[in-house]
Design a protein around this ligand. Sequence first.
Ligand code: ZN
Length: 157
Amino acid sequence: MAIREILKDGDETLRKKCREVTEFNPRLWQLLDDMAETMYAADGAGLAGPQVGILRQVVVIDAGEGLIELMNPTILSTSGMQEGAEGCLSFPGEYGIVRRPMKVRVKAQNRNGEWFEAEGEGLLARAFCHEIDHLSGRLFKDLAVRMLQPRELEDEE
Ligand code: ZN
């Protein structure tokens, strides 16, 4: 495993649309292992392919309920609403208030290409939405109701 460089604000790769994953092979598994290690090292709750320069529909998430790997994910249904502070490993130190569904049901393939469905609530629902947005070049700042000021961040800690 290896830690990969996380692309930051302004890198145009973050704005590109990702292609589907079609090959579920050791090269993909290496990428997934690296992405998980990179996410944990950066203390993040999720990481998407474009953030490490890979324009494929690949996402890793750990919102405190264990590691989830998603290939070619789509959102099947959503319900409810939550509004809260959200950040991104590509925008270190920046947080915005973003509205997301409270519950999200997704469909995706695992690292062996098998389809599965998963449901997330709260932080996990937020992570599903945030990371799946990355795959079409959408960033949390696009959706933020407003960005938090540094002083507000200190208050939250
Ligand atoms: Zn992000």
